[in-house]
Design a protein around this ligand. Structure first.
Ligand SMILES: [Zn+2]
Ligand SMILES: [Zn+2]
Length: 217
């Protein structure tokens, strides 16, 4: 699997591009803005976008949805209970004095579903607690990051857990107890060396967060 990490938009959201090296089929997780940079990264490797995936639909994570869809025709994928916020993203961003286009989901996924991108398979888990129905996507296999190859498991987890922190729970749909429980049950049960790819900030591992994340001590 090809993995590219771009930090984009006014709130520096991690946009993850994953792709099958053979078929060049790709998925873009959380296109948060600066779509020209996303398209440049896709074109560089001749990648074709099959899905635009939102881990959740806070406006800072979906700012590039509309433009990326215009450019690629790929459906926007998220949980059904996240979809309505896509239609109010413009107003939500405006309350922060920032701009964002509205967009519309074309496909819903939920816990237990498998998303296929070429030969890659991503298992969907429900990590709600930071938002109404935030999702995580687990991949198990060979990853190539900037030419370096390793075999490992990873989870793209949106704003559920960060290196040394967890997502805010004071937005609508937030629930701290539920978020902590979901992280414990669905992320901390993965192998220790599983790579955690969060919505903001540096990557981490399951082992590091279990040991050092202050919310779990
Ligand atoms: Zn968020
Ligand atoms: Zn965020």
């Amino acid at each position: 699997m090809i993995l590219k990490i771009l930090e984009l938009g006014p709130l520096m959201v991690n946009c993850y591009i994953v792709a099958d090296e053979e078929t060049k089929e790709a998925a873009v997780f959380d296109p948060s803005g600066e779509v020209d940079k996303i398209l440049q990264a896709l074109n560089h490797d001749g990648l074709k976008v099959k899905y635009i995936i939102n881990t959740h639909t806070h406006w800072d994570h979906v700012g590039g949805n509309y433009q990326l869809q215009e450019a690629t025709n790929a459906p926007i994928v998220t949980h059904e209970d996240e979809a309505s916020a896509l239609k109010t993203a413009r107003d939500n961003a405006a309350t922060f004095g920032l701009s964002c286009e509205n967009s519309e989901a074309g496909m819903f996924v939920k816990e237990g579903d498998i998303i296929e991108v070429g030969s890659l398979r991503f298992k969907v888990v429900d990590l709600r607690g930071h938002s109404p129905a935030g999702l995580g996507f687990i991949f198990d296999g060979e990853i190539s990051v900037e030419g370096k190859r390793e075999t490992k498991k990873l989870i793209i987890c949106g704003d559920a857990v960060f290196a040394g922190s967890i997502g805010r729970t004071d937005f609508p749909g937030g629930n701290m107890e539920l978020l902590l429980q979901n992280i414990r049950e669905k992320i901390f049960t993965l192998p220790d060396d599983t790579l955690i790819l969060p919505g903001h900030g540096p990557a981490s591992t399951v082992e590091r967060e279990k040991k050092y994340n202050p919310f779990f001590q």
